[in-house]
Design a protein around this ligand. Structure first.
Ligand SMILES: [Zn+2]
Length: 320
């Protein structure tokens, strides 16, 4: 069976725009996040990392009109929140995030993950958000993920690529999702890419779809060579917390709307030490969880990304 694996559908504008707007409270969010841009990145990245013959594409593309509408809604929410609290730009200090892990397997038993594997996966997630993989460099976000519940299902339609189809994804999530905007729901299935996530600002309009989907082979000890240390979940949870890819926007001053992640023209493959794909200052952030590098290359979120996640958490998820 031929698969294409990519880490996530290209992030798009709205979610990150949201975080960008929060980070830049008081300033005019200079974001040019078009669907075309996200699409280009998605295809480019999957081409670099996909398996021979793969034909997958980013299913989360949005039009410019949709992006504009979402941005307008976002700005309004940010303005309202700032008026109520006045301190949105001041980062929170993390918090406890309950995780509900939905393990889907097919009728042959493929996809079954042991409790020990899930525990290890949560541990990897916590290490990433605690910044322990690059001491003194990586941000310690203060977010602590706690496994609240593991739910198991045998459903070949859901498991065998079904989550790549919008209708099936919706059925699966609607039937199984639990909790609030602050509950991280994770589904492990067999999908074309490595995983995909919803952005924080989508929750209000479509709460049942909220969460992260990962390919079951990306968990610690899984079969996805170079991507089986469990850091796909770290990357996807970064999106769920409001982060864009570090290569969002390419070689532009704003790029991913995070100041301490240098611009990069495209995603990285492998672990290309010293890669410097833009003439702007700084080498490419190949060790950042929001690039596409190998799991073994990943070791950090930056302080700027941390601030962005704290803001998005406060605005869209905490207590909601
Ligand atoms: Zn991604």
């Amino acid at each position: 069976m031929v698969h294409k694996r990519m880490r996530v559908p290209a992030a798009f504008a709205a979610g990150l725009l949201a975080a960008g707007a929060l980070t830049l409270l008081g300033a005019s969010p200079a974001v040019n996040a078009s669907a075309e841009c996200a699409d280009t990145h998605g295809h480019q990245d999957s081409a670099a990392r996909g398996r021979p013959g793969s034909t997958g594409h980013d299913r989360n593309e949005i039009s410019d009109a949709q992006a504009a509408q979402m941005n307008a809604d976002l700005r309004a929410k940010v303005a309202k929140a700032a008026g109520q609290r006045g301190d949105l730009a001041a980062p929170a200090a993390g918090g406890t995030i309950n995780v509900v892990f939905h393990v889907v397997q097919n009728t042959s038993g493929t996809g079954a993950l042991s409790d020990a594997t899930i525990a290890k996966q949560i541990q990897v997630l916590n290490q990433g958000f605690a910044g322990v993989e690059a001491p003194g460099v990586a941000a310690n976000t203060g977010f602590k993920f706690v496994l609240q519940q593991t739910k198991r299902y045998t459903n070949s339609t859901w498991f065998n690529g079904g989550a790549d189809t919008a209708g099936t994804e919706r059925k699966m999530k609607t039937a199984t999702r639990v909790g609030t905007a602050a509950t991280l729901n994770v589904w492990s299935v067999d999908i074309d890419g490595f995983g995909f996530a919803t952005f924080p600002n989508w929750y209000a309009g479509d709460p049942k779809m909220d969460g992260v989907v990962i390919d079951y082979a990306t968990v610690p000890g899984g079969s996805e060579v170079n991507f089986n240390l469990g850091k796909t979940l770290t990357h996807e949870t970064g999106h769920w917390m409001g982060l864009w890819h570090t290569f969002q926007g390419g070689c532009t001053a704003t790029n991913d709307e995070v100041a301490d992640t240098p611009a990069q023209s495209s995603s990285s493959s492998g672990c290309p030490q010293g890669r410097d794909s833009c003439s702007l200052s700084g080498v490419d952030p190949i060790h950042n969880y929001m690039d596409y590098s190998y799991d073994s290359c990943y070791n950090q979120f930056t302080p700027g990304q941390n601030t962005r996640m704290q803001n998005a958490w406060t605005a869209y998820r905490s207590g909601k």
